[in-house]
Design a protein around this ligand. Structure first.
Ligand code: PLP
Length: 382
């Protein structure tokens, strides 16, 4: 099936279905073999070669969603990220990294790159001039993540891509927070897209997976490192991921609709000090959001007025779950100061603008009136 003209929901539902030649079943069969014939056969298949039937076909769906030639599926977001970075960075190279990125990625770079003799510089902030300032003669890669966690700050993807191209540097983006339903970095010139498929791709908080989407040539390079590091995903989970991704667009769009309503509701609420959501006109990067996002996503964060204790508020919630992770169909909230950013000093958090009472809100698909009611009652009971 040609996928370049298909609508987003058709891509989610049908592109990359594994054909059931034998029984013509409605859904993809699950191929669990870890051993395949080698004689008279073009492709030598093996799970860690990322080319079992289920892996190969689901990759087509991910590539179609991200407007790329090819994609690969991994055992986690970090398996995808580490494989991509180690595929393109060698001893003596330098990488420019966006200041506030996912903690696990930051950990990989800060704790391990020195051992590999890979130099790195974190940008001062998310402005394009700050990226420019960090570039050295041995810079091989620029790594970004937009919207950022937890303040939903945005990086201008086109400006980063142009900068990278002008210096012959590779650009890589973690597109987890937006998902391909809301932004397609390749269309703005970014070279490689990585995802934690644990988040929106899976969407039901029951899968840990990762993905990379890019050109076939870059995939070939990533594959060489990928088979060495061995971060492939079990075909059971690949199959589960395919089932989840059929509803990716309708889920994310429903979550986004809720998030927009909830952001406005919180913004107007007398007990709320500040809301961070790219869709609000008062967000510092609202103009960039309008340029590069289709809608504004389903993640937001907010601060309550000083007289309300954020932890007491989270404990008083009855519907919204105070829990780690994000992007599931169920709404969750967490305190970055107690979770994702707890390893930073209070000072470092302050520098990044992350107050101790900041609450990150991953908006789900529940009826919005119930979410509003829960927030309202938790405020009065805390
Ligand atoms: C969760 C997450 C990751 C890491 O993904 P895992 O599947 O947990 O390995 C990377 N980037 C972002 C933005 C994430 O939210």
């Amino acid at each position: 099936m040609k996928d370049n003209k298909l609508g987003i929901n058709t891509i989610c539902t049908h592109v990359g279905e594994t054909p059931d030649e034998q029984f013509k079943g409605a859904v993809s069969p699950m191929y669990l073999s870890s051993s395949y014939a080698f004689m008279d056969i073009d492709v030598k298949r093996y799970p860690r070669y990322y080319n079992t039937p289920n892996q190969e076909y689901l990759s087509k769906k991910i590539a179609a969603l991200e407007h790329t030639e090819a994609a690969m599926i991994f055992g986690s977001g970090m398996a995808a990220i580490s494989t991509v970075l180690l595929a393109f960075l060698k001893s003596g190279d330098h990488v420019v990294v966006q200041n506030d990125i996912y903690g696990g990625t930051r950990n990989l770079i800060e704790k391990h790159f020195e051992d590999y003799n890979i130099a790195f510089t974190f940008t001062k902030d998310l402005k394009i001039t700050s990226f420019k300032d960090c570039i050295q003669t041995n810079t091989k890669l620029i790594y970004i993540e937009t919207p950022s966690n937890p303040l939903l700050k945005l990086v201008d993807m086109e400006a980063v891509a142009d900068l990278a191209k002008s210096k012959n540097i590779l650009s890589v983006i973690d597109n987890t927070f937006a998902s391909p339903i809301i932004q397609n970095p390749i269309d703005f010139g970014i070279d490689i897209v990585v995802h934690s498929a644990t988040k929106y791709f899976g969407g039901h908080s029951d899968i840990c997976a990762g993905a990379v989407a890019t050109s076939q040539a870059y995939i070939d390079t990533i594959w060489q490192t990928g088979i060495a590091l061995g971060g492939s995903l079990s075909d059971y989970t690949v199959w589960m991921l395919e089932r989840s991704m059929k509803t990716l667009a309708i889920r994310v769009k429903a979550q986004q609709r809720n998030a927009r309503k909830l952001a406005k509701f919180l913004d107007a609420h007398p007990a709320v000090e500040k809301v961070y959501y790219p869709g609000l006109k008062n967000h510092e990067n609202h103009q960039i959001a309008k340029k590069q996002m289709k809608g504004y996503g389903a993640m937001l964060s907010f601060e309550l007025k000083e007289n309300i204790d954020a932890e007491a508020f989270l404990k008083a919630l009855q519907l919204i779950k105070p829990s780690m992770s994000l992007a599931g169909i169920e709404s969750t909230m967490l305190l970055p100061s107690k979770t994702s950013h707890s390893l930073l000093t209070a000072e470092a958090r302050k520098e990044q603008g992350i107050k101790d009472g900041l609450i990150r809100f991953s908006v789900g698909i529940e009826s919005k009136k119930d979410l509003m009611y829960d927030i309202e009652q938790a405020i009065s009971n805390s």
